[in-house]
Design a protein around this ligand. Structure first.
Ligand SMILES: [Zn+2]
Ligand SMILES: [Zn+2]
Length: 290
């Protein structure tokens, strides 16, 4: 089993997940050349990629999706109410439309999409399960919802946005409208939002084994500032890694539940069971702000 961040931040985002049978991609903001170069440098076999999950249609997540789906000849999963048509029209692509809080299985993976609060139509993110391991990506959201708490808590690996340091944003060069957009309920999570969320999760019997702080802003954050914010405000006891903007980060395998001998359908069914347990919650409509 293997997972990696090909890069994250305001320019381009992409995450890869792989086991003995197949691999999948979550978002791709990179050109196909750059994507291939980065994936190969981490020893991914391009022929093993079977599908792409898309969170939302902002450029840093979608600009490389069309070409990679075409070149790799693989389907794209995207929310049915998103503006996918704008991006994929006239193209011979296999688009699979999904809904939130429904479990999908494909190849040896199961995944479930949940709502994010962001300024793109029907923006979502995902919890992915394979080889008995659950990965949840929470980025591009203005706040943390109760659903997110549940998915994060039941994950082995959490990719969490720490987009900006509030003071840097306030004093930085961005125009006022952009500052307001970033810190709005439909913008991004700040370092403090992310840290408070982890402080909360660490008191809640969480399964998390490692947290990757990602989607750091180039202008309004940096790894040193985030580290300082964590040292001052962090009360959580999770292992964590700060992912500098646009840098490759290979995942650490701190557990190995590889079931490479079973056939892929069985694995997908097993994974669905895990996600079903996760999704079997009273999803409350009101939200918690962190
Ligand atoms: Zn983004
Ligand atoms: Zn976005």
């Amino acid at each position: 089993m293997k997972y990696s961040i090909l890069g994250s931040g305001s320019k381009a985002n992409s995450y890869l997940f792989s086991n003995a049978l197949s691999s999948c991609i979550l978002d791709n903001g990179y050109s196909f050349n750059e994507f291939s170069k980065r994936a190969k440098s981490l020893n991914y076999d391009l022929t093993k990629f079977k599908f792409i999950l898309v969170t939302h249609t902002h450029k840093d997540h979608i600009s490389g999706v069309k070409v990679s789906a075409k070149k790799l000849k693989i389907p794209i999963y995207i929310h049915k109410n998103s503006d996918y048509f704008e991006y994929f029209k006239k193209e011979k692509l296999e688009i699979r439309l999904i809904e939130t809080n429904k479990i999908y299985s494909y190849n040896s993976f199961s995944f479930i999409a949940f709502k994010t609060s962001h300024d793109a139509p029907a923006s979502v993110s995902y919890s992915i399960n394979f080889d008995n391991t659950t990965f949840t990506v929470i980025t591009d959201t203005g706040y943390i919802t109760k659903e997110m708490i549940y998915y994060a808590k039941n994950s082995d690996v959490l990719f969490l946005e720490a987009n900006y340091n509030p003071q840097m944003l306030k004093e930085g060069p961005y125009p006022l409208y952009l500052k307001k957009r970033i810190e709005s309920d439909k913008g991004h999570l700040s370092n403090i939002n992310a840290i408070n969320f982890l402080n909360y999760l660490s008191k809640k019997n969480s399964r998390i084994k490692i947290v990757y702080f990602c989607h750091l802003s180039e202008i309004n954050n940096n790894p040193e500032i985030l580290k300082k914010d964590i040292l001052v405000n962090g009360k959580f006891d999770f292992n964590y890694i700060i992912c500098p903007r646009n840098q490759i980060q290979d995942g650490i395998t701190i557990f190995d539940n590889n079931k490479s001998n079973a056939n892929s359908n069985n694995i997908a069914q097993e994974n669905s069971k895990t996600l079903k347990n996760i999704s079997n919650l009273d999803i409350l409509e009101d939200n918690l702000l962190f």
